[in-house]
Design a protein around this ligand. Structure first.
Ligand SMILES: Cc1ncc(COP(=O)(O)O)c(C=O)c1O
Length: 394
């Protein structure tokens, strides 16, 4: 038996970090690793970003927590920043992505209940999805490997293949409440959804009185080069779950909605002890202010192009190791030809830290503050790792 005090739910790599600086994580043995995944799309502004550190330290000296029974101006302020820059009119703050999914799904059902259609409870979801680890979020994701052994899954989800519009149409019944989709699937293997498909879903929702709910927990908050990925498709959702990047490493989640939808959630319908915590709001605000600085998102777009092109060259030069590079913005995936865990090990040996996803993909999602020189280092090191694998195989 392991001597660890922890549940053994992770096959943890034997690396420990003691500090972070920008895109770099410094291990206790002194090695400097490049964080190529931002802690799975969380540390979008890198580690120890001075503005985030300042915001947290300043708030820590004033007040940490007040109950949501009182007015919390810091929530209003971060909420307003989100409202000003998205489709949404209202925001509910929680602590994680899964909670945001759960709250938004409750809102979707309540919307139909309040509008005289309590039978509209079912949600169309898409194969390869991942929406989190509560029972409901797992049921929405529909992946058997995560559901196994946990008893009856909550009901109400109809899953169809990603991109199959005819299957979506066939799945719509009188009981359908809406659709839930990630504009870029993360855990599923960095699979961007065709903008035309998102537009078609929007049209279908409008035609049938359904709500379109987006999961931008991984792909949102600047990662694709727009504040939210749905902007690339030129549509707006009715509901959206966010988390990860909005806290820059401090736990924050939120769900956002139009007024028409949000107003069905009256006092008592939903709640949280920690959601909207003052430390979380201070950091979230610093994140939003940084992303909204003129030129920030444009710089993400420029760097995305450079990174994608450089990775495409690496893929071309090492076809025995990699099959393709795909994704959007700084949310990229290297589909491996060799087994991904083997490639992951070689990359870690080269002091790079990508994270695996489905479909034999390694996610390359560096902090958005990565410099062009650091992009060069990243791609050179990936090429070195690929060469080492080829030499080993020869
Ligand atoms: C798209 C997506 N939805 C939901 C979640 C769940 O978020 P959390 O782990 O914060 O509960 C994740 C986490 O990886 C995610 O990538």
């Amino acid at each position: 038996m392991s001597t660890s005090s922890l549940f053994q739910t992770y096959a943890r790599a034997d690396i420990q970090f003691e500090r972070g600086e920008g895109v770099w994580l410094i291990a206790t043995n002194g090695r400097r690793y490049m964080d190529c995944a931002s802690g799975i799309a969380v540390s979008g502004l890198g580690h120890s970003h001075p503005k985030l550190v300042e915001a947290l330290q300043e708030q820590a000296g004033k007040l940490w927590h007040v109950s949501n029974l009182y007015k919390v101006p810091a929530q209003e302020e971060l909420g307003q920043l989100l409202v000003n820059n998205t489709f949404a009119d209202r925001v509910f703050f929680c602590n994680s992505g899964t909670e945001a999914i759960e709250g938004a799904l409750k809102t979707m059902r309540r919307y139909h209940y309040a509008n005289g259609h309590p039978e509209k409870t079912r949600v169309i979801t898409f194969e390869g999805a991942f929406h989190g680890r509560t029972m409901t979020a797992l049921a929405a994701g529909g992946q058997q490997k995560y559901l196994e052994g946990f008893g009856p899954a909550p009901q109400g989800f109809d899953q169809v293949p990603l991109g199959d519009l005819e299957a979506v149409k066939a799945a719509i019944t009188d009981e359908t409440a809406g659709m839930l989709i990630e504009p870029v699937q993360g855990e599923g293997g960095i699979r961007p959804v065709d903008p035309a498909f998102l537009r078609a879903l929007r049209e279908l929702c409008d035609e049938h009185g359904l709500l379109l709910m987006l999961d931008e927990i991984q792909c949102g908050v600047g990662r694709t080069g727009k504040l939210f990925a749905y902007e690339w498709a030129g549509i707006t959702p009715d509901l959206m779950a966010i988390a990860k990047g909005i806290g820059g490493g401090f736990p924050v989640g939120a769900f956002l909605a139009t007024e028409e939808v949000a107003q069905v959630m009256q006092p008592g319908t939903h709640g949280t002890t920690y959601g909207g915590n003052l430390l979380a709001m201070a950091v979230g605000r610093a994140v939003m202010e940084t992303l909204m600085e003129p030129g920030f998102l444009e710089s993400v777009q420029r760097k995305s192009l450079l990174l994608k092109q450089s990775l495409a060259e690496v893929v071309d030069t090492h076809p025995e190791v990699f099959e393709e590079v795909r994704g959007s913005g700084l949310m990229l995936g290297l589909k491996c030809k060799l087994e991904a865990p083997k490639v992951l090990k070689a990359m870690r040996d080269a002091e790079l830290l990508p994270v695996p996803a489905g479909d034999n993909v390694l996610r390359i999602m560096p902090p958005m503050i990565i410099s062009e020189d650091e992009i060069k280092i990243l791609t050179q090191k990936i090429a070195e790792a690929a060469k080492a694998l080829e030499t080993e195989a020869a």
